[in-house]
Design a protein around this ligand. Structure first.
Ligand code: GLU
Length: 414
């Protein structure tokens, strides 16, 4: 039988198990197995050639018992409803793990920004905000960047919301450019969070980051900054990839050169002839493997071939449930997505707090607070996993879902 690659049903199964272990009954699972709200919208966009194209978009709000929902908006041709639902549930877990006063939300639009002009992208971004405007807002649901969306897109979205709101509303969205109320460090926050948990995981495994061989799948926002941070810490980044292929050099790649040559969507391998496949990249002999691209990359088919000592998930959902089991049984330390990639939403929260206060923090203040959040979260999940003798993913789900379950109970919902 082939394994379950549906990210929604596999997420539901782990949430179910986590709630059972925490002592909650079926009613709690019934509440948390799907988002409270899921809006599907159609967005007409005038294209540069004068034609109109109608795009499909989504916004899912998993649970707002703890506070407003929070999470990114992705622009990708492969976006689908169940994926957006699962992504919103993962945001609930992330916010729970790093202890932010939010529930999870997520949005997506089926489109390929690589094939759109800046004008078309701007009209799509503004159209998306108008389409979901009734259910989002600074105290309801706060969007942010995700796959193939960036600070410029956040700026257009913030501007559109402000026009509708007849008020300047920086706290409507996070991941904005600095001049529009963005936070210091937000652009690199996901990668910084990943770096912090890599350092913690390496300590547990007695691995010295200096000289460690690191492989990173994906060269987008998370992957590219991470390659830089690992390189600067003295690690040897021996493999990186993008959607089109991968590069490998056992002596370490020239990361600064690659960063210089990558385009804004993270494409760089097309400039080279000696590429390897993404499959070969994942199976390279290394100490630390970081999937930082998309879902279902480590599956039952290749989990036995992974040679890393530590796998840290910077992407959302890169490892299937079956593969999680195999890696754990093989003694590989897996740091799950909902923990490893929580640095982005953590600094988004800091950005929102600064917007609400109208008072802005220094880069050092942001960094210090981020390190504390991530180190505490790692320790909490790691201790839960070892004391209960469960895998890191289930431990992270237990830590992550607990607050939302408790808040739902206090509110009398279940
Ligand atoms: N899209 C990012 C994530 O998946 C960040 C979300 C946010 O900053 O709200 O965690």
């Amino acid at each position: 039988m082939s394994e379950n690659l549906n990210v929604l049903t596999s997420t539901q199964a782990i949430i179910h198990e986590a709630l059972n272990k925490l002592g909650y009954d079926e009613a709690m699972y019934e509440l948390l197995k799907e988002p409270l709200r899921m809006l599907q919208v159609r967005i007409p966009v005038r294209m540069d050639d004068g034609s109109t194209k109608v795009y499909t978009g989504f916004r899912a709000q998993h649970n707002d018992a703890v506070g407003p929902t929070k999470g990114g908006v992705r622009f990708h041709p492969g976006v689908y409803e169940d994926e957006v639902k699962a992504l919103s549930m993962w945001m609930t877990l992330k916010c729970g793990i790093v202890d932010l006063p939010y529930g999870g939300g997520k949005g997506g639009v089926i489109c390929d920004p690589r094939e759109m002009s800046m004008g078309e992208l701007e009209r799509l971004s503004r159209g998306y905000v108008r389409a979901v405007s009734q259910i989002v807002g600074p105290t309801k649901d706060i969007p942010a960047p995700d796959v193939m969306t960036n600070a410029q897109i956040m700026a257009w979205m913030m501007d559109e919301y402000s026009l509708m709101d007849e008020f300047n509303s920086p706290n409507f969205i996070t991941g904005k450019p600095l001049v529009l109320g963005g936070s210091q460090g937000r652009d690199r926050a996901t990668a910084q969070g990943v770096t912090i948990v890599i350092e913690e995981a390496a300590k547990k495994r007695g691995i010295n980051i200096r000289g460690a061989r690191v492989v990173i799948q994906g060269f987008g926002n998370a992957g590219s900054f991470l390659a830089k941070f690992m390189h600067d810490l003295g690690a040897k980044v021996i493999g990186i990839s993008d959607a089109y292929g991968a590069l490998h050099d056992p002596n370490g790649l020239d990361i600064d050169y690659l960063l210089d040559r990558r385009d804004s969507f993270g494409t760089v391998t097309t400039l080279f002839e000696n590429t390897i496949s993404n499959k070969e990249l994942l199976e390279l002999d290394c100490d630390i493997l970081v999937p930082a691209a998309i879902e279902n990359q480590i599956t039952a088919d290749n989990a036995h071939e992974i040679k890393a000592n530590i796998v840290v998930e910077a992407a959302n959902g890169p490892t299937t449930a079956e593969a999680t089991k195999i890696l754990t049984e093989r003694g590989i330390l897996l740091v799950p997505d909902v923990l490893a990639s929580a640095g982005g939403v953590t600094v988004s929260y800091f950005e929102w707090v600064q917007n609400n206060q109208g008072y802005y923090w220094t880069k050092e203040e942001v960094e210090e607070r981020l390190i504390k959040k991530m180190v505490d979260a790692f320790e909490n999940v790691y201790t839960t996993a070892t004391t209960r003798n469960i895998d890191m993913r289930l431990a992270a789900y237990m830590v992550g879902v607990r607050r939302t379950a408790e808040a739902s109970r206090f509110r009398g919902w279940v």
